[in-house]
Design a protein around this ligand. Structure first.
Ligand SMILES: *Cc1c(COP(=O)(O)O)cnc(C)c1O
Length: 456
């Protein structure tokens, strides 16, 4: 057991902040299969990827050999705006659950974007600027990613166009104002500013849009605008690399107190926060140095891993992106609109998919009302109003702590609290009003999604 009394908040000093990211792929015995160009069926070359993405990010995307990659000073400088983030010992939650388990969570919601997404937004904006680009484009659904990227572009001096799914644009007017305050241009998608948007508007007038359509518009604009590239907030290997700062900081803080986690839990949407949180712990597991249990948590309404297929699929529903080998429900799988939180992505990070496929981690799917019950209990004792996405991890961390209560085991549980829920109050309202529903796709729903997986 640890000798020192563990404080409620374990802050690192700015000098203790990591100077390198951890490239988990370099520790993996086998790599995931490469991205394929759908036009040729061949692996995407760096040159092909560099038409769409920043050069340095493409290099990181394809790097499977360097275990540690330097975080440039220009990025560490911006990180000090909101990092190091606290690792919190959940004494209040432990007491409420009356569990012998020790619970820790890494809180990434302490910045205006309200989530971990700023870790990668900072890196991608920095590299875009360094390459001499003048603007970048992206899409946003719920808005955390759009906000994070707007903050990073304001800091580094880049123009940004954000295509926001029209339903979210209309439902979340305040999100929009935050993004505008940071100087980005925000366009409801589908729009008449792109061919992809005009085509969808002609076919489905009055549509509320989709992430797939917003991606198509953002990529088209990036490719057609001089000195412009597209940036993505999750799924890709370089995004996981940037998010490794979450795990590396967590490990430094735990090591200071001699604490070893037994279970590491996180929510998985595209897999970026979880891939980042687990990176140093999983690297040690792959080296045979620990036997930690890793649990990714997904919504029962969009069970990409627990009920998905491991196959090559498009990363977007418009079928314009490269094909990735990943767990997927099919690029045309439609998650229920009743589902409140994020984590509605049909696919999963190829790195996280490979780890799951090779048996290094487990996955649990949880129902939305159970998630909000956990969120409410957590908010009442720990004080933080959690994002619905993050609350998936809370739910399973609480279940594991209650299991310890039954068995009397004093396990150490670490989970990722990815963000705050201030822009998710419509979902909290549904929960409070008792009108929130649970949605679980039927076998027919899944079959319809699987039918959109291309045959390779
Ligand atoms: C985007 C987001 C997620 C899910 O994305 P991952 O890439 O799976 O990490 C989880 N929590 C919050 C708060 C988010 O904004």
């Amino acid at each position: 057991m640890s000798a020192k009394k563990i404080p409620y908040k374990m802050y690192l000093s700015e000098e203790e902040m990591p100077k390198t990211w951890l490239n988990l792929k370099a520790f993996m015995p086998e790599q995931h299969e490469p991205f394929l160009n759908p036009a040729t069926g061949k692996p995407c070359s760096a040159e092909e990827l560099e038409v769409v993405f920043c050069k340095e990010c493409v290099e990181q995307e394809l790097n499977c050999t360097d275990k540690y990659i330097e975080i440039p000073e220009g990025i560490r400088n911006f990180y000090t705006n909101f990092r190091p983030s606290p690792l919190i010992r959940a004494y209040f939650l432990e007491k409420m659950l009356d569990t012998p388990a020790e619970i820790y969570y890494k809180f990434e919601g302490n910045n205006t974007s309200g989530s971990h997404k700023l870790n990668s937004a900072a890196a991608q904006a920095y590299y875009a600027k360094k390459q001499g680009l003048t603007s970048v484009t992206t899409e946003t659904g719920a808005g955390q990613w759009g906000t994070a990227l707007a903050m990073a572009c304001a800091f580094y001096g880049l123009d940004l166009k954000v295509y926001m799914v029209k339903t979210s644009y209309e439902q979340k007017p305040y999100r929009k104002e935050v993004i505008k305050t940071y100087g980005a241009d925000i366009i409801p998608s589908p729009s008449d500013t792109t061919e992809a948007g005009r085509k969808i508007l002609a076919e489905f007038p009055g549509t509320g849009g989709s992430l797939g359509c917003a991606i198509a518009e953002a990529v088209e604009t990036a490719v057609k605008t001089p000195n412009c590239r597209y940036v993505l907030g999750s799924v890709l290997d370089h995004v996981l690399l940037h998010q490794s700062v979450i795990g590396v900081e967590s490990k430094i803080a735990l090591d200071k107190y001699g604490v070893q986690p037994d279970i590491v839990i996180g929510c998985v949407g595209g897999g970026s926060n979880y891939g980042g949180l687990i990176s140093p712990f999983m690297a040690e597991k792959l080296e045979g140095k620990n036997n930690i249990r890793f649990i990714g948590v997904e919504p029962a309404s969009c069970p990409s891993m627990s009920r998905g297929k491991y196959a090559y699929d498009f990363c977007d529903s418009a079928k314009i992106t490269p094909l990735a080998k990943m767990y997927t429900l099919g690029c045309e799988f439609m998650p229920s609109p009743d589902h409140a939180g994020g984590l509605r992505y049909h696919g999963m990070s190829p790195v996280v998919s490979k780890l799951y496929h090779d048996g290094y981690m487990e996955v649990k799917a949880v129902k939305q009302t159970d998630v909000f019950k956990a969120a409410e209990q957590f908010a009442r004792c720990e004080g933080i109003l959690p994002a619905p996405e993050s609350s998936h991890a809370i739910k399973v961390a609480m279940d594991e702590a209650l299991e310890c209560k039954k068995t009397g085991e004093k396990k150490v549980i670490l989970f990722g609290l990815t963000g705050t829920g201030y822009f998710d109050l419509a979902a909290y309202k549904q929960f409070n009003d008792g009108t929130m529903k649970d949605y679980i796709p039927t076998e027919e729903d899944l079959a319809r999604g699987f039918a959109s997986i291309p045959e390779i």
